[in-house]
Design a protein around this ligand. Structure first.
Ligand SMILES: [Zn+2]
Ligand SMILES: [Zn+2]
Length: 366
């Protein structure tokens, strides 16, 4: 079986995405499903491929916040049937120590399965119209396309009454921020949380922490983003405020129990450490590009710092939880989304880069 469909292909690290016809040779095999994509969010990690210095092979189909409808299943073992609505998340092997311990975001094969389109297929199953191989299965899905071939482990079944086109970012960006708060920190009513950076990840963290009953302080440079964080329940603090740690400590009754950084800014991260109360915990979600100098004493009194990947989530558990919060009016992620036809992916990227949209979602028109 051969399926022809449109996909946004990136052919060079500096070039624009080009929507063109691609070819999937063969249908899903055991454990895989073919999904007709209803919408796919754009995430910073997609655009980081441009700076990957050759580590991410091109040409490739990116996109890893897909959601849509199962149109074909490979064998009975997928637990999914044709017509199921699914949110696609990151991939994991299911068999390593981390996966067995319920921590698939720390899967031993995470990089191979997700970041480097690392599934060498010979012959390539996904090609361009001329037969040239395309790096497939970015985050196990490659969803800037009309169709995505995924492993069933990537797919979380959701209620078909939901607006599936908007749900894809629950599989990565929103899951990352909300999961850090709800899973990694286990925020409870009365806790204090400071969130650095109010993009999609930070704002999801603000929403989740507010929903969990915490006092939330948001730190951000852009006034419009700060206003959004305030709308979702945070106390806004401009990132260039004088004595930022002191201000945060005063707003959090002596220091924040938790801090979440999505900026990767070393000065801000150190400010956040100074704003933590004893035993306070700082989580980093953005990839650091420079060494992070830690001041002497910054980790005294039980303070800690760690990286948090994909919100420590088991997607099959966290995605339904976030949908439940959304239904209760406590996680209004849809307010952060602007949809674009897949053909307008360049415009979406420009708007995303310029901060004009928090979360673009590309909608294939086929
Ligand atoms: Zn694993
Ligand atoms: Zn992502």
């Amino acid at each position: 079986m051969t399926t022809r469909f449109d996909a946004a292909v990136l052919r060079s690290y500096e070039g624009r995405f080009a929507v063109e016809e691609v070819v999937l040779n063969g249908g899903p095999v055991d454990g895989e499903v073919l999904v007709r994509v209803a919408g796919c969010g754009m995430c910073r990690t997609d655009l980081a491929v441009r700076r990957s210095a050759g580590r991410s092979p091109l040409p490739a189909v990116l996109g890893h916040e897909g959601a849509g409808v199962v149109v074909e299943t490979g064998g009975p073992g997928t637990g999914l049937t044709t017509g199921d609505h699914v949110v696609l998340s990151f991939d994991s092997c299911g068999g390593c120590r981390s996966c067995l311990a319920g921590a698939p975001a720390y899967c031993d094969s995470f990089a191979a399965l997700n970041l480097f389109a690392g599934r060498e297929e010979k012959p390539a199953r996904l090609t361009d119209a001329a037969g040239g191989a395309l790096a497939p299965r970015w985050f196990g899905q490659s969803s800037f396309a009309e169709y995505a071939l995924v492993s069933a482990r990537n797919a979380v079944r959701v209620d078909p009454a939901l607006p599936v086109a908007l749900l894809g970012p629950l599989g990565c960006g929103f899951l990352t921020g909300a999961g850090a708060v709800l899973n990694s920190f286990g925020v409870r009513p009365g806790d204090t949380v400071v969130v650095l950076g109010a993009g999609a990840v930070g704002l999801a963290a603000v929403m989740a922490a507010t929903a969990a009953g915490a006092t939330v302080v948001a730190v951000e440079r852009h006034p419009e983003r700060l206003a959004l964080a305030e709308r979702f329940g945070a106390i806004p603090v401009h990132a260039t405020s004088a004595d930022l740690p002191g201000r945060v400590r005063r707003l959090t009754d002596g220091g924040a129990q938790y801090a979440l950084d999505s900026t990767a800014s070393a000065p801000l991260i150190n400010d956040a450490l100074r704003a933590l109360r004893p035993t306070g915990r700082l989580g980093l979600v953005a990839r650091l590009h420079t060494p992070l100098p830690i001041e002497p004493g910054a980790l005294d009194q039980g303070r800690s710092i760690s990286h948090v990947c994909e919100g420590d989530a088991v997607p099959g558990l966290l995605v339904p939880r976030l949908i439940g919060l959304w239904r209760a009016g406590r996680f209004p992620f849809d307010e952060l989304i602007r949809t674009y036809p897949l053909a307008d992916i360049d415009q979406a990227e420009r708007d995303f880069d310029a901060g004009r949209v928090v979360k673009p979602v590309l909608v294939p028109e086929g």
